[in-house]
Design a protein around this ligand. Structure first.
Ligand SMILES: *Cc1c(COP(=O)(O)O)cnc(C)c1O
Length: 491
C-alpha cells in the first residue's frame, strides 16, 4: 500500500519509507493513497488489544511482514500498560463510554502511539539503510515529549531531543521530562510557547544545510510528532477496540452507529477516528472539543482557519495550540484529494495567516464534524459535577471533551452512544483537578497529587509515584532561534 503527499509534491511511497521520513521533505504530510476496508465480521472474535492492533495495522503497513508486525505489537502493548485491556472502556452510563487511553508508562494517551512508533521506525531503518542512525526531533506541548523520550529510551541507533515550552507545561510534565533516563535522550526547555517550538523544529527539518551536516555524521532526521504516519496508525486501532468493548458491555449492538468525542489539539487523535470511519467503523458524528484555544471550533463553524488570534495558556495545556498540523490531512480529503488546492491553502496560511475552505468542502466537513470549546470555568465545573455525581475523576483535557459532549447533546438532542476519549490520567494535572473538586488553591503539584488521592481514593498512576524525588538529568533552556545550533551540537 502506498502513501501520497497532501501537497502533491512527492512520489507515492510505502509505509516504511514514510515512517522514516516523518513529513514530506518539501512540506506536506503523507496519507494513505486509499483506505483499506474492514468488515465488522473481522472484529467479532477479537478478545485482546494486540489482536485488534494486528488486524488494523497490517492493512496499512503492508511492507512490514506479519511476523515482524506481530513482534512489534506484542512488545508495544504488554506489561508496560497498567491495564490488561491496554485501553479499557469505562461505561459512564449506557450511552457514554469513556475510553481510557492513559494506562501507559507516562500516563497520557500519547503512549498508545509512542510505545509502538519507535519500533516501527527502527524496523523501517534496518530494512532500508542498515548503517544510518536517526535523530528524532520533537516539539512538545507536554505529553508527547515524555512519551517520546520513554518510547525511544535506549533504542539502538536512535537519539532523541524534545523541545518543550519552558513555562508552558505543568510542573509534573516538566519533572517527567527533565528526569528522563537513557543515554540517547535530551529534553530542552524553549523560551516561548508550543507553536514557537513547533515552528522552529519544522524549520530545522526543512533546512537542507543542517540535513547535510547530519548526513555527514551518519544521521537522518525524523519526527515523533503526530504528523508521522507511524504515530497515527496505532491510534486508529483503539477506536475499533472501543467499538468492540461497547458491544461487549451492551452499549451498542454490532453495526450500530456511534459518535466519537475527542479533546483535540494537533488533530491527530480525532483524525485517527476519522480514518477508522473511512475504513468502515460506523461513526455518525465526530465531536471536536477545544479549550480556549478554539481555532478548530471557529474553523468547523465558519470554514476559515485563522491563526491571527491570542494564544491562551490553559489548564489543559496539551491542547494549547494555534496551528493544528494534522488538519491538513482531513482537508486533503475534503478537497477530493487535490494536492494543489491544499498547497494553495497552506501558502495562503503562510502569507496571510488564514485561509477559507470553499463551500463544498465546508459542507462536507460540517456534516461529519461538530466543534465547540470549553472555557476554564466550564472545565472545572464539569470535573466537579462528574466527580460528585459518579465518583469518576476526569483530567482537565478529558473534561473539555465531556463539557463539549454535553453541550452537543443539549443542542442537537442526538443521543447516539458516544465514545469519549480520556487522554490523560488526572494525576498528571493534579492542581487543576483538585481545585475543580474542592475549590482549594495554592498547592504545589506534588501536594495536590497527594490531596487528590486522599479526596478521591483513585489509585495514583504508577509512573507518577515518587516523581518529585527523581534525579534531574536535563537542565538546558534555550531560545527558539537556538534550536538548530543545539541540534547541530548534539549530532
Ligand atoms: C496530545 C494531547 C491531546 C491532543 O491530542 P491531538 O492528537 O494533538 O489532537 C489531548 N489531551 C492530552 C492529554 C494530550 O496529551
Amino acid at each position: 500500500m502506498n502513501y501520497v503527499s497532501t501537497r502533491d509534491n512527492w512520489e507515492p511511497s510505502e509505509a516504511k519509507a514514510v515512517i522514516r521520513m516523518g513529513m514530506v521533505p518539501d512540506g506536506g504530510l503523507f496519507v494513505p493513497a486509499d483506505y483499506p476496508e474492514i468488515q465488522l465480521n473481522e472484529l467479532k472474535n477479537i478478545t485482546q488489544y494486540t489482536e485488534c492492533a494486528i488486524t488494523i495495522m497490517k492493512k496499512f503497513l503492508t511492507d512490514y511482514d506479519d511476523h515482524e508486525l506481530k513482534a512489534i505489537i506484542s512488545q508495544s502493548y504488554s506489561s508496560n500498560f497498567a491495564s490488561p485491556h491496554i485501553a479499557p472502556l469505562y461505561t459512564y452510563d449506557n450511552s457514554i463510554g469513556i475510553l481510557e487511553l492513559w494506562h501507559g508508562p507516562t500516563a497520557a494517551f500519547k503512549d498508545m502511539a509512542l510505545q509502538c512508533m519507535p519500533r516501527l521506525l527502527i524496523h523501517s531503518l534496518r530494512s532500508l539503510e542498515k548503517a544510518v542512525k536517526v535523530m528524532i526531533l520533537v516539539a512538545t506541548s507536554g505529553d508527547t515529549g515524555k512519551a517520546a523520550l520513554e518510547g525511544f529510551k535506549n533504542v539502538d541507533g536512535t537519539r532523541i531531543i524534545t523541545f518543550y515550552p519552558s513555562e508552558g507545561v505543568s510542573l509534573i510534565q516538566k519533572q517527567q521530562m527533565i528526569t528522563q533516563e537513557g543515554d540517547n535522550t535530551k529534553a530542552v526547555g524553549v523560551r516561548g510557547n508550543f507553536d514557537d517550538c513547533q515552528t522552529a523544529v519544522k524549520k530545522a527539518f526543512q533546512d537542507k544545510e543542517l540535513r547535510e551536516k547530519a548526513r555527514q555524521k551518519g544521521f537522518i532526521f525524523s519526527s515523533a510528532n503526530s504528523i508521522n504516519w507511524g504515530r497515527l496508525v496505532p491510534q486508529i486501532v483503539y477506536y475499533f477496540w472501543a467499538y468492540i468493548q461497547s458491544v461487549k458491555k451492551g452499549m451498542i449492538r454490532w453495526g450500530d452507529a456511534i459518535n466519537v468525542c475527542v479533546p483535540t489539539g494537533n488533530f491527530g487523535n480525532i483524525l485517527a477516528a476519522y480514518y477508522a470511519y473511512k475504513m468502515g467503523l460506523p461513526v455518525r458524528q465526530f465531536i471536536c472539543a477545544s479549550n480556549m484555544n478554539n481555532v478548530l471550533t471557529d474553523f468547523l463553524q465558519t470554514g476559515t482557519y485563522s491563526t491571527k488570534r491570542e494564544f491562551h495558556t490553559t489548564v489543559s495545556p496539551s491542547m494549547d495550540i494555534v496551528i493544528s498540523s494534522n488538519l491538513e490531512r482531513l482537508i486533503f480529503d475534503l478537497v477530493l484529494r487535490d494536492g494543489k488546492i491544499v498547497r494553495k491553502y497552506y501558502e495562503e496560511l503562510k502569507q496571510t495567516n488564514s485561509f477559507a475552505l470553499d463551500s463544498g468542502p465546508l459542507k462536507e466537513m460540517q456534516n461529519l464534524f461538530y466543534g465547540a470549546y470549553a472555557g476554564e470555568e466550564d472545565t472545572f465545573a464539569i470535573i466537579k459535577e462528574v466527580f460528585h455525581s459518579s465518583g469518576y475523576v476526569l483530567d482537565t483535557h478529558t473534561a473539555v471533551g465531556f463539557h463539549v459532549l454535553k453541550k452537543y447533546r443539549e443542542k442537537t438532542k442526538d443521543t447516539t452512544p458516544v465514545i469519549l476519549t480520556a487522554t490523560a490520567n488526572p494525576y498528571k494535572f493534579p492542581v487543576a483537578v483538585y481545585y475543580a473538586i474542592t475549590g482549594k488553591k495554592g498547592l504545589s503539584d506534588y501536594e495536590a497529587l497527594q490531596q487528590l488521592h486522599k479526596k478521591t481514593s483513585m489509585p495514583i498512576h504508577q509512573s507518577l509515584m515518587g516523581i518529585e524525588n527523581r534525579k534531574i538529568t536535563n537542565r538546558d533552556i534555550i531560545d527558539p532561534e537556538e534550536i538548530e545550533t543545539y541540534i547541530e551540537h548534539n549530532l
